[in-house]
Every structure is written in structure tokens, then in C-alpha cells.
Design a protein around this ligand. Structure first.
Ligand SMILES: [Zn+2]
Length: 122
């Protein structure tokens, strides 16, 4: 992957991150639970960089797919920063460009992804 391609993925990830943050906040506000309301105001009073740590103490990511997505997007952006973007986090295979193009936040190659799916369901 060259620098331009990485930049391209980075800007896609950032755009999605902004919209997922906004949707997640709205979801929390609409959920009408005391703890989600509290969390929403906590998040509004902190910088987006602190969101994941704050929210992780209050909610179960499995119940909030948008929060899960938020973590994936931030992980991918962090990998770009440290120059590790585009590799499978389990077997370290280089991910194919067309595969990343479908989802730049992809963390695993198709083989490891499949293995992980099986583990979760069995
Ligand atoms: Zn792999």
C-alpha cells in the first residue's frame, strides 16, 4: 500500500468516525435509560478521544453495535498512526486492497475472520 492509498483510507475512516460518534450519542440519548442519559452527558463534556474509555466502563459493547464500530474505527486509525495498518491482527498477513476497500476498519484477513466467527458461535 502506498502513502496515498493509506491517506485515502484514513480520510474514509475519519468521516465514518465522525458520523458514528454522532449516531452513538443520539442512540444513547434516545435509549431513555438513566445510565445511557448520564453517559451521553458525560461524553458531551469530554473530548472524543476519551469516549471509548468512558463508555467502556458504563456499557456492554455487545449491546451497542455503534460503540463497537467506534472502537474498530479508532483502532484502524491508530494502526495508521503507528504504521501497522493493513495487516491481519491475528496472523499478520497483509490484507488485500480490495478487501480493505470494502471496510477500511477490517482487522483480520478472511481466514482469521472466519475462524473468529466460528469461535463466537460455537
Ligand atoms: Zn489472518
Amino acid at each position: 500500500m502506498n502513502a496515498n492509498q493509506t491517506k485515502d483510507f484514513q480520510s474514509k475512516l475519519k468521516i465514518e468516525l465522525d458520523s458514528v460518534r454522532c449516531e452513538f450519542l443520539n442512540e444513547l440519548k434516545d435509549a431513555q435509560h438513566e445510565f445511557t442519559g448520564e453517559l451521553a452527558s458525560m461524553l458531551e463534556n469530554s473530548t472524543p478521544g476519551e469516549w471509548i474509555d468512558l463508555a467502556a466502563t458504563k456499557i456492554n459493547p455487545n449491546q451497542f453495535p455503534r460503540f463497537q464500530r467506534l472502537m474498530e474505527l479508532e483502532a484502524a486509525l491508530c494502526q495508521i498512526d503507528i504504521g501497522q495498518f493493513g495487516y491481519c491482527c491475528d496472523c499478520e498477513t497483509k490484507l488485500e486492497l480490495h478487501y480493505l476497500a470494502k471496510d477500511p476498519a477490517q482487522q483480520r484477513c478472511p481466514i482469521c475472520e472466519e475462524k473468529k466467527r466460528k469461535k463466537v458461535h460455537n
